[in-house]
Design a protein. Structure first.
Length: 399
């Protein structure tokens, strides 16, 4: 096996999954993570289609099912809190069959438990410079230390520092969809029992939900906006933007917004996608959001990370560690799957955030009508069918 020593930048879902599969195939992965600890918390995510096969092959599908959010259902509500329409949890979340919904932090913990005893993790550090020297890559870290690896893989998200170092500025690859998202933990002041409430107004959507095993709740906000200037690590500025975007809004929005200051897991970012002609350059490759972010609106970011990591590790192994052949095989095997899942984002977010009062009014009327009609499950199935078609748009090799 050639090129055994591989540095992975980012200990998220993609990076940890990649570390697991590389180790299984006989490589020696090292994971560097900017955060001082493996990240807990986070919002609920879905594992569908091909991604279910990946976690099954990792031996953790039963554990993931045990940790399911068990959200019973959801309601669309008016400004006074009156429900317009209610659906069961799977219909509301666009799930069917074996699909599993789990909190991101729970999935992260399961994956880390698989790797922590066999993979070296360098926490509270990140890549500062990458230089290819012959058949090696010299990496300088922010801490000042230097090490040499055979290959480097960026699994460091939408704002990938690895991508910037190897491929160029973020603006060349990141496409803003015209929306922003914020998610964070809040007290469960509505006493929700595994239920989700969604409030829609022109250009702004707010929701809150509770999950099994969590005494608190999550709040999520989606709003339409022209591109905004801010540092993606400046929490104070992000919170001011969010508060301004929802100023004067009704329902439970002021109370939910008020909880962001105390939230340990405040998240804010644009709804954006990453589009690249190539996911590798020389001895550096990208995986997950760093390479083909589909945006949270797609509902497929986690599945893309799981499947992408599985395929990248498998193709490198199939090529005997030859990085050129392995990276080429990875792109051939995954490109269609990534594109199909990216196509979901722009269409989904238009249904999640209404642009005008008339659109909100019409949509709520239709939901109320559909909620009383026989056969509503068949109508919902047609709406979510594109998600499941994209989720299964790849046949996984048994590497």
């Amino acid at each position: 096996m050639r090129n055994k020593n591989i540095l992975i930048s980012g200990a998220g879902i993609a990076g940890t999954t990649l570390a697991y599969w590389l180790r299984r195939h006989g490589f020696t992965p090292t994971v560097v993570e900017r955060a001082p600890a493996i990240r807990e918390g986070g919002y609920k995510i879905d594992i569908r289609g091909a991604a279910l096969k990946v976690v099954e092959r990792m031996g953790v599908l039963d554990e993931i099912r045990r940790l399911r959010t068990d959200v019973r259902g959801g309601s669309i509500v008016t400004a006074t809190g009156s429900p317009v329409a209610s659906m069961d949890g799977d219909t509301f979340g666009g799930r069917e069959g074996e699909d599993a919904e789990i909190l991101r932090g729970d999935l992260q913990r399961v994956l880390h438990d698989l790797t922590r005893d066999e993979v070296e993790y360098l926490l509270d550090d990140s890549i500062a410079a990458v230089t290819e020297v012959g058949d090696e890559v010299k990496v300088t870290f922010d801490s000042g230390r230097t090490r040499v690896f055979d290959l480097v893989v960026g699994a460091d998200g939408l704002h990938s520092a690895t991508r910037a170092l190897a491929f160029g500025p973020e603006a060349r690859f990141v496409r803003d969809l015209g929306y922003y998202v914020s998610i964070f933990s809040v007290p469960n002041h509505l006493d929700l029992d595994r239920w989700e409430l969604t409030y829609v107004s022109p250009r702004r959507t707010a929701l809150t939900y509770s999950t099994a095993g969590d005494t608190g709740a999550k709040a999520m906000f989606l709003f339409a906006s022209e591109p905004l200037e801010y540092d993606h690590r400046d929490r104070d500025r992000q919170q001011r933007i969010l508060a301004d975007a929802y100023a004067g809004e009704g329902w439970e929005v002021p109370r939910l917004i008020g909880g962001m200051n105390d939230a340990p897991d405040f998240y804010f970012d644009s709804l954006s996608q990453v589009h690249m002609d190539r996911w590798s350059k020389g001895r550096t490759a990208l995986v997950g959001d760093a390479a083909y972010c589909a945006s949270p609106a797609s509902g497929q970011g986690t599945s893309l990370a799981l499947v992408g990591a599985y395929v990248l590790a498998g193709e490198l192994a199939a090529a005997g560690g030859d990085h050129r052949a392995g990276f080429d095989g990875y792109e051939r095997a995954l490109r269609h799957f990534a594109e199909q899942n990216q196509n979901l984002g722009p269409a989904n977010v238009k249904r999640m955030v209404m642009r005008s009062k008339s659109q909100v009014w019409f949509s709520l009327k239709m939901l109320a009508l559909m909620n009383r009609m026989p056969g509503k499950d068949r109508m919902m199935a047609k709406i979510v069918e594109p998600i499941h078609r994209a989720a299964t748009a790849i046949t996984l090799s048994d590497y």
